[in-house]
Design a protein around this ligand. Structure first.
Ligand code: PEP
Ligand code: MN
Length: 339
C-alpha cells in the first residue's frame, strides 16, 4: 500500500500513520520526496485494509501496489536508484558503467594483465570468478580463497572495484570481505537462502537473471535481496534459454526495456554469456547501450585461447579496447557518458 500525504501534512500526522502501520504488525516505509511525503505499508493485505489509512489526518490518497514485488517496483519508488559499486563508480545515473575481466581468476599474473588492460581501455570496475558454478563437475571450479586474495591485490593495485560471484551461504562473509560487489549468478537466482544471506551482507549486489526465469521471477528475487536489507542492487540480463541454439542464450533486450519501466533499480547487460562467442559480443554490447541499459559486464581475457573457462566468448584486450571506442558515440547519442 502507498500512502500519499497531502502537502500540509505535519510530522505528527506522519508519525501517527507509521506507528499504526507498525502496531498492526506491518512494515512501515518512510519516503520523503521533494514535494510531498509518501509512506508505504508492506504485509498482509487484510490487515492493511482494516487500518483504513485513508481516514487518517494528513492523508491525500491510499493506493494498493498492484505488483507482487513491492520494494523494487517503480510504483513504490518512482525515481531511478543509483547504486555505488565502490570508489566513485555509480550505476544508474548518467554514466554508462562498464565492468570487465576474465570469467575466472586463474593466476595473479593473468589477473594483473587482464585488469591492467581493461582499466587502460576505460573499464570502471573489474570482474573475475573465484567460485565457479560450472555445468560439469569435471570443469574448473574456481580457486576460491586464493582468487579472492588476488582480487584484493588487483583492486588495490589499480584502484578499481571488483565483482565476484558467491555460490554458497557459507562463503558470503569471506567474499564480502574481499570483493566490492557480490554477484549472484544465473544458476542461483532462485536460491532464496543465498539471496537472504547476500542481501544481509551489507555490500552491493549484481543479481543475474536465471536461465529460464521470467521477468516477474527476476524482480521477486531482487525483492528478496531488498527485503533482507540490501538497497544497492543491480539487475543483470545475461540471456535466457530459448529454442535457438545458434547462440549460447538469447539476449532479451525487450526485457531490459521492460525492467527499466517496472523497477527503479539499475539494469546492466552481460553480452558475453548471452552470445557464447566473442564475435557477437560487440554488437550486443552496443545494442544494450542503445536500448537503455545502465552498463555492461563483459568477459575479457589476456589470452582467450588458454582461458580456464569461457574462452570462446572472451574478448581479447585489443577487441575490448575497440569496443569501448565504438560505445562512445552511442553513449553521446543516448545522453550517457562513458568516461
Ligand atoms: C559468470 O559471470 O561467469 C557466470 C557464470 O555468469 P552466469 O551466472 O550469468 O552464467
Ligand atoms: Mn563466464
Amino acid at each position: 500500500m502507498i500512502v500519499v500525504m497531502s502537502p500540509n501534512a505535519t510530522p505528527s500526522h506522519i508519525g501517527d500513520i507509521l506507528s499504526s502501520i507498525e502496531s498492526a504488525g506491518l512494515t512501515p516505509l518512510h519516503m520523503p520526496g521533494t514535494e510531498r511525503v509518501v509512506l508505504g505499508a508492506l504485509g498482509d493485505e487484510r490487515a492493511l485494509a482494516e487500518l483504513h489509512l485513508e481516514a487518517f489526518d494528513g492523508v491525500e490518497s491510499v493506493k494498493p501496489i498492484l505488483t507482487p514485488y513491492k520494494l523494487v517496483s517503480r510504483e513504490m519508488h518512482p525515481h531511478d536508484s543509483v547504486v555505488g559499486l565502490g570508489g566513485s563508480v555509480r550505476v544508474g545515473g548518467e554514466r554508462f558503467v562498464v565492468i570487465a575481466g576474465p570469467c575466472s581468476v586463474e593466476t595473479s599474473e593473468q589477473m594483473h594483465d587482464a585488469v591492467g588492460a581493461v582499466v587502460a581501455a576505460g573499464a570502471h570496475a573489474v570482474r573475475g570468478g573465484a567460485f565457479k558454478p560450472r555445468s560439469s563437475p569435471y570443469s574448473f571450479q574456481g580457486l576460491g580463497q586464493e582468487a579472492l586474495d588476488i582480487l584484493v591485490e588487483c583492486s588495490t593495485a589499480f584502484g578499481v572495484p571488483t565483482v565476484t560471484e558467491v555460490v554458497d551461504t557459507s562463503h558470503v562473509d569471506a567474499v564480502a570481505a574481499s570483493a566490492s560487489v557480490l554477484q549472484v549468478g544465473a544458476r542461483n537466482m532462485q536460491n532464496y537462502e543465498l539471496l537472504k544471506a547476500v542481501g544481509a551482507a551489507g555490500v552491493p549486489v549484481i543479481l543475474k537473471r536465471g536461465l529460464s526465469a521470467t521477468l516477474q521471477e527476476f524482480l521477486l528475487s531482487a525483492e528478496y535481496l531488498m527485503d533482507a536489507g540490501c538497497a544497492d542492487i543491480v539487475l543483470c540480463e545475461r540471456g535466457i534459454r530459448t529454442f535457438e541454439t545458434a547462440t549460447r542464450n538469447t539476449l532479451d533486450l525487450g526485457g531490459v526495456a521492460y525492467l527499466k519501466n517496472e523497477t527503479h533499480l539499475p539494469v546492466i547487460v552481460d553480452p558475453s554469456h548471452a552470445a557464447g562467442r566473442r564475435d557477437l559480443v560487440p554488437p550486443l554490447a552496443r545494442a544494450a547501450l542503445a536500448a537503455g541499459a545502465d552498463g555492461l559486464i563483459i568477459e575479457v581475457h589476456p589470452d582467450p585461447a588458454t582461458a580456464w573457462s569461457d574462452g570462446a566468448q572472451s574478448l581479447t584486450p585489443h577487441d575490448f579496447s575497440r569496443l569501448m571506442d565504438s560505445l562512445a558515440p552511442i553513449a553521446t547519442a543516448v545522453g550517457r557518458t562513458l568516461a
